[in-house]
Design a protein around this ligand. Sequence first.
Ligand SMILES: Nc1ncnc2c1ncn2[C@@H]1O[C@H](COP(=O)(O)OP(=O)(O)OP(=O)(O)O)[C@@H](O)[C@H]1O
Length: 344
Amino acid sequence: MIQLDHVTKKYGDKNDIVAVDDVSLRIEKGSICGIVGYSGAGKSTLLRCLNYLEVPSSGEVSIDGVELHTLSKSELRKTRQSIGMIFQHFNLPSSRSVSQIVNFALKASGYEKKLRKQRIRELLALVGLADKENAYPSQLSGGQKQRVSIARALANDPSILLCDEATSALDPKTTQSILALLKELNQKLQLTIVLITHEVEVVKEICDTCVIMERGQIIESGNTYDVFANPKEELTASFIDTVLHFSLPEKLVNELTGHVIKLTFRGHLASEAIVSTMLQTFKVKGNILHGKVEYIQDKPLGVFIMELQGDAHEIRRAVTYLENQVSKTEVIANGLDSTAFARA
Ligand SMILES: Nc1ncnc2c1ncn2[C@@H]1O[C@H](COP(=O)(O)OP(=O)(O)OP(=O)(O)O)[C@@H](O)[C@H]1O
């Protein structure tokens, strides 16, 4: 388990750049945690505080109950060996072959020479590169290079893997294959994975929990499904909307005259029945403008956007019914008391 308590990291001669500001966070063993934020939010700094590549200005980082600041240099080096790291631009030396790159990591950690060849084969097979032992980085695609860097990061059998924008330089299809590999390694090796990204798609695909950062602080965090189903902060909602596309074009919304609501369903199977019961029970006309089910790690999250027309009293009753049936209702346009709706 990784635990951060009130971690702050300041830079600058006067300590006036606060890159990470009083962050407390717990990441469970064997889980995948995604840290999301725009450029400059403090993600990289926070990630580097986890293995003390950056020593926090204040606060505590503990790995499996051991506070890193209590460790001697050699103990810290040993702890770092249990934390692998991969990067956006792979950082592979161009003059070494794939097996030499992995061998170098094994050698540096004191892995017994006679066992190294076998270990290199195992690692390359694990990341799907069994046939690339003798290739050089320039002969590999971006996805293959990231696989080599993952093999290198796993050389020491780490229990934690830190991923710094690991898929940001890759095309969508290759991103999917690297994410699938990370998920597989997480399950096969019980590897705890912490990744930072500005791509919410990555979080949606593989993260059990997620953390949203802004100006060095965590503004929202939790189980990924819960955060996606019910974002509390505007920034979180806008990030999520970039992948779920659960909104309507503004021009269309402005042209609508009825009461426009957005319904969020946890699970989609009941959604159509609820909407049709509502339409049969109350004297309202419903126009479905948008309906979609997204899968967040195989769990469905459904959204309907509807325009309701009719008597305000009936609409209120219909909305009350919906509020009791679905996870969340939001007014998108023409709230019941708005003049626009009164005109309709
Ligand atoms: N070594 C440093 N010296 C001074 N300021 C730094 C240093 N590292 C980061 N910062 C500043 O700290 C803030 C957070 O930077 P950080 O790189 O952690 O953000 P980020 O969310 O990872 O952004 P990006 O996605 O662009 O890397 C920024 O204002 C950055 O300029």
